[in-house]
Design a binder for this molecule. Structure first.
Ligand SMILES: [Zn+2]
Length: 497
């Protein structure tokens, strides 16, 4: 597209959004939220920030040089906007990065499909790991029973369904959490997942046991894995050599970036709005989660520029280590444990740039009702519906298990699923118009929680135990390999306060 057409499109978008802003708060007089929404729907550096972070710095796995650069970038963007900001150090449990990964399939012919290591995959020996490649079907109990002793010492190739949406993504998480223990029990040499993305597109999908995983686990391009499966099903015998060059190590220091607007009348009470700064490294972390990082920075920027002072302190937190089992937000809740009673709300934005349809409110009817009230002022951007269930998978988790009221923005799947953790998660996938509308929604909700009278308090451990008993929280925690930490008291609210 020519520069002129880009400019015309941007100007048209600005006009449309200005029209929406006028409509949203038509009756609101000088309500600070109206000024905030109008500013966020106007011409701001939000998209330029998203582009600089994703095109400029690219994928930024925690532990990498790009990740450290993104921390300094975010600090600079907050400070340029006049927002007080700091980085807060915390310890990551273990270093895991991939330097390179390659594979060769050998039968009558040989071919070299593209692969990547799953995060927390075990390494292979320097010369690679060569073993029979066997058809693991969908990786079910019946598939492993069919394989019998043939699974021992073999690479198990798992056929997958194409991934199209967010429910499909959660199905993948649940399936891998069941398949990998079966592979371990069967004495497999390693697991090979057919990529659920088209052609030769790859994605990084966590090994279900996280850092406790002991197997080499890789994802193979869909087309190459499909060829191998057809050959195996035609009766051919194949071997697979995988060479994984991984950078692994012990604990190291990482940083959350915290922008802060201090409360005017209740500065000790805190409202957190969060998005994770880190990403996996195949793509540029645009939908997951650079767009929402830029959105948070712009909300802080516009509040500051307009001189808006909330009653409570608002912390705009860019979490690190999220992709490596939600470490940055966990460490924050540990460091802030004594202040968590005064954390009124912690919200997370982490599902790309699909339309915000409401919020997950954690299995707390009082929070669902309050959020519905918070959204009333911007009904024109709805409809909004609260889904009052606890969700595991992003940085609300440790707040939730500490009993702090928490929200996760519920968003239309849009293009999130197919690009999730894949090379294709690049800046061009960002929906500029919807990101601005989402910023208006996020800012309105955050402002409401930073100013409204609230009636709830932090949940007790007994209330949290009941939440786990009466919902699928335990299954969700198992899926993200956090259940053992909760049960052992390493994560979440202590039993004996
Ligand atoms: Zn994410």
């Amino acid at each position: 597209m020519s520069a002129f057409r880009v400019a015309v499109r941007a100007a048209t978008l600005a006009l449309v959004l200005a029209g929406i802003a006028a409509r949203v708060f038509a009756q609101a007089g000088d309500d600070p939220r109206a000024r905030l929404v109008a500013a966020l729907l106007g011409d701001t550096p939000m998209l330029e920030d998203a582009r600089a972070l994703t095109d400029g710095l690219g994928g930024r796995a925690t532990g990498s040089a790009a990740n450290l650069a993104s921390v300094e970038w975010a600090l600079d963007r907050f400070r340029q906007a006049g927002v007080t900001a700091r980085k807060e150090a915390f310890q990551m449990p273990a270093l895991w990065l991939e330097r390179s990964a390659s594979a060769t399939v050998r039968g009558r012919a040989s071919f070299a499909p593209r692969i990547v290591a799953a995060p927390f995959s075990a390494p292979t020996p320097a010369g690679g790991l060569t073993a029979p490649l066997v058809d693991g079907g969908a990786g079910s109990d019946a598939d492993f029973a069919r394989l019998g002793p043939a699974a021992r010492g073999a690479w198990i190739l798992i056929e997958t369904e194409p991934l199209t949406d967010i429910p499909g993504l959660f199905r993948e998480y649940a399936q891998t959490a069941a398949i990998e223990p079966r592979a371990t029990a069967a004495g497999a040499a390693g697991v090979v997942y057919q990529s659920s993305r088209p052609n030769n597109l790859l994605a990084r999908h966590n090994a279900s046991l996280g850092p406790q995983n002991r197997l080499p686990i890789v994802m193979m391009e869909r087309d190459g894995a499909g060829r191998a499966l057809r050959l195996l099903r035609g009766g051919e015998t194949l071997t697979l050599t995988v060479v994984l060059d991984l950078q692994t190590g012990g604990p190291y220091e990482s940083y959350n970036v915290v922008g802060e607007i201090r409360g005017a009348t209740k500065p000790d009470e805190v409202v957190v709005i969060g998005a994770h700064l880190d990403s996996w490294d195949l793509g540029d972390g645009a939908l997951d989660n650079g767009a929402n990082v830029a959105m948070l920075i712009d909300i802080a920027r516009q509040m500051t520029r307009l001189g808006l002072r909330p009653a409570r302190t608002i912390r705009f937190i860019l979490w690190n280590g999220e992709e490596q089992i939600l470490i940055g937000s966990w460490r924050y809740t540990q460091q802030q444990e004594a202040a968590l009673d005064r954390h009124v709300m912690a919200s997370s934005y982490d599902i790309g740039t699909g339309r915000i349809t409401g919020f997950f409110t954690g299995g707390r009817p009082e929070i669902a009702a309050a959020t519905t009230r918070a959204l009333e002022a911007i009904a024109a951007l709805g409809p909004f519906t609260q889904v009052d269930v606890p969700v595991v998978g992003t940085d609300n988790f440790d707040f939730m298990m500490q009993g702090v009221a928490n929200l996760v923005a519920n968003q239309e799947s849009a293009n999130y699923g197919p690009n999730y953790h894949a090379r294709s998660d690049t800046y061009d996938k960002v929906d500029a118009r919807q990101l601005r509308l989402n910023a208006a929604i996020a800012a309105t909700v955050t402002w409401w929680y930073a100013n409204a009278e609230v009636t709830w308090r932090r949940q007790t451990r007994a209330e949290l135990d009941r939440l786990v008993e009466t919902t699928d929280l335990d299954d969700q925690m198992r899926m993200f390999s956090i259940l053992a930490d909760w049960e052992a008291g390493r994560r979440g609210r202590a039993r004996w306060p």
